[in-house]
Design a protein around this ligand. Sequence first.
Ligand SMILES: *Cc1c(COP(=O)(O)O)cnc(C)c1O
Length: 427
Amino acid sequence: MNNTKSQELYIEGQKHLVGAVNSPVRAFNSVGGNPLFMERAHGSKIYDVDGNEYIDLVLSYGPMILGHGNNKVVEAVQKQVCTGFTFGASTENEIILAEMVCDAFPGMDKVRFVNSGTEAILSAIRLARAYTNKNHIVKFAGCYHGHTDALLVAAGSGLATLSIPGSAGVPKEAVQNTLIAEYNDIDSVKKHIAECDDIAAVFIEPIAGNMGVVLPSDEFIKELRSITKEAGILLVIDEVMTGFRSKFGGAQDLLGVEADITCLGKVVGGGFPVGAYGARNEIMNMVSPLGAMYQAGTLSGNPVAMATGISTLTELKAQNPYDKFNAQAATIEKALLAAAEENGIDLTVNRFGSMINPFFTSKTVTNFDEAQECDTDLFTKFFWGLIENRIYIPPSQFEAWFLCSVLSDDDINKIVNAINIAMKMAK
Ligand SMILES: *Cc1c(COP(=O)(O)O)cnc(C)c1O
């Protein structure tokens, strides 16, 4: 595989960019080698600067659910670009997207648009504290909620239960009100509730996607909803990854629970920077200018991003690709398990709708500790096997693969073939 140009750009990029990337997940630190530089993408394919074509299962970490360059979305963006980029004033499109989002999430009367998932989450923390007049927040080890100080804990298993900052530059004061619980372990939440009467909110990824894909048990998620409700603690469901991904609406709907505050990002912006947080009126009316909780943004509700969001959601609703996603993901799961077995490799596959993730372990993976037990060396070999066979997946054992709605039968066949070859190479 020729990647001369990617390598040249990687060297050049390191001069004025940190590690030649603008987000560390794009670095290839955990799989070795240099990051690929991409040039263009169309449909289900992405092309690097050396002209290699890949089937894209990264999809910009989720937003490109329709594949790249959907005609209707492109048209909507072009039209808006000619009309104006940003006005610092309200536009009708904000109302239209807000209505689409609130219709899709039963527990949401009002929504506030921001510019990223991180921003949605940090605003939700403030809102939960404002609404409850309490300060502590509970998060689950292995869940990622963006890079805001208070939730940058338990990013690594050694730090998982100690509330030690997961990053340099986060003062311990910033995380001293953060309590860590174990995913799928309701007792770990009950313990915090019993010991602390100052909890504003519990934050959770309804389907975890940032420790690899990890599903909540039905019992766990339902009990989490009922014990938080009983204790007057808000349940903040972080659907930045899962929103509109496994159904038109939220994973919370599929799981049969309703959030007090929902956070969105990724798909809702269709590839432009959009985040959102929403809740019932009683909670959202706390937000400025109606209420005393301040939160603002120069580019929030940006017209181009709203046009992208509206056209993406409109097209997604029309296509309704969710059954197809399930069927295609099932085919990929079957191929992964069969190839692993043929090569004597231990493998567990977790999936939910169009999110799927192989773990190189013989055990089930239901929480962060179990995810951490995977054989990442095997993953690394498998990763490069897929890249060489032109399937682009995230360069980490702990990131979900995503499917897009234009993935064809031919694409699926190619993915299955590449899995067979890559698994043999990993052995
Ligand atoms: C990606 C992600 C975030 C952060 O969103 P950004 O737009 O990267 O700031 C937060 N929560 C979850 C669950 C995510 O997957």
